[in-house]
Design a protein around this ligand. Structure first.
Ligand code: TYM
Length: 327
């Protein structure tokens, strides 16, 4: 069985971009792949955080994984920091990553371009840690949204570099990016990606938003004056984004979604999108409320930790020997 791995960084509440671009695919693939899904909690501290705040996001993220349908009996679900080997392999890979490669990473370049100062070394080397998360388990595929493609490409380069230098060590993984919904845009500014770190929360639908609030955000989403529901991201970014959200949740193609709404006025179209979003949130939140105060979260992480640790320690042992740093 082919192996898959992916993770989400809980720096804020998870949103429908995370769900559509990543989480729903983890759930979809868990029966057909040996699925590893983790919470990328070490990645959260690459930028300064309030410990109390991120702890709440962390707990919510695990509960949301389960509420969205991940199942500990079908997937290995774990916390990145529970498997100490991640940080260790991250350092080894950082030692094999060129400075120029990290300089070219979009996330880093964007922050620098905006004049960010005092970025941490951890933030700079973050892509090497992400490569470690993936290569540790010899994953064949990495289901992610569009914005993570560059990181998976670096991971491939690192795997190939290490294999050329030391012999066959790592499986070279492929990114798996879905056709519909790989980049959900901000509702208020559809030229920007929907993001956990949004300044105003009007453009972002969080999985834990009340259905009423979520519907309101959809109804006030930015559109245009063309008065036609068409998938045309260049000229109708807002409408195309809403169409994408609808198609992804209904699991239909963009063409099929478009056909459903010919002749619709924007107000009625938005109502239809709001309806499917509300239905999705109600289902997820119903399960979240059942799960959040139970032992299932601890049980899931415990079982996941044991399974992941076993693979990770074997991998690191082999690697340390190959590198000549173990007696
Ligand atoms: P993160 O936490 O930013 O995002 C988690 C997943 O959600 C996807 N995503 C989106 N998809 C569609 N539209 C959006 N607006 C949107 N925003 C986010 C992301 O592409 C991602 O798949 N570095 C990673 C976490 C990570 C990881 C890994 C992922 C750490 N190690 C190893 C895969 C494998 C991150 O910050 O994702």
């Amino acid at each position: 069985m082919k192996k898959m791995i992916s993770g989400i960084k809980p720096t804020g509440e998870l949103h429908i971009g995370n769900y559509i671009g990543a989480l729903r695919n983890f759930v979809k693939y868990q029966d057909d792949y040996d699925m590893y899904v983790f919470i990328a909690n070490l990645h959260t501290i690459t930028v300064p955080q309030d410990p109390i705040e991120i702890n709440k996001y962390l707990k919510d993220a695990i509960a949301l994984y389960l509420a969205c349908g991940l199942d500990k009996d079908r997937s290995t679900i774990f916390l990145q920091s529970d498997v100490l080997e991640h940080a260790n392999l991250g350092f080894i890979l950082a030692c094999h990553t060129y400075e120029g490669e990290l300089d070219r990473m979009t996330q880093y370049k964007d922050k620098k371009a905006k004049g960010a100062e005092g970025l941490s070394a951890g933030f700079y080397t973050y892509p090497s840690l992400m490569a470690a998360d993936i290569l540790m388990y010899d994953a064949d595929f990495v289901p992610v949204g569009d914005d993570q493609k560059q990181h998976v490409e670096l991971t491939r380069d690192l795997a190939q570099r290490m294999n050329n230098r030391y012999g066959d060590l790592f499986t070279v993984p492929e990114p798996l990016i879905s056709e519909v919904g790989a980049r959900i845009m901000d509702l208020q500014d559809p030229s920007r990606k929907m993001s956990k770190s949004d300044q105003s929360d009007k453009g972002c639908i969080y999985l834990l938003d009340s259905p009423k609030k979520a519907a309101k955000k959809i109804m006030s989403a930015q559109t245009d004056s063309l008065d036609q529901v068409k998938y045309d991201p260049e000229n109708q970014a807002g409408i195309s984004n809403l169409l994408t959200i609808y198609a992804a949740i209904k699991n239909i193609s963009l063409k099929e979604a478009e056909a459903l709404f010919t002749d619709y006025r924007y107000g009625d179209f938005k109502k239809a999108v709001a309806e499917v979003v509300v239905e999705l949130l109600e289902t997820i939140q119903g399960r979240y409320n059942e799960i959040i105060e139970t032992d299932i979260i601890a049980e899931t992480l415990n079982e996941g930790k044991i399974k992941a640790q076993k693979l990770a320690s074997a991998k690191l042992n082999k690697l340390n020997k190959t590198l000549g740093i173990q007696i």
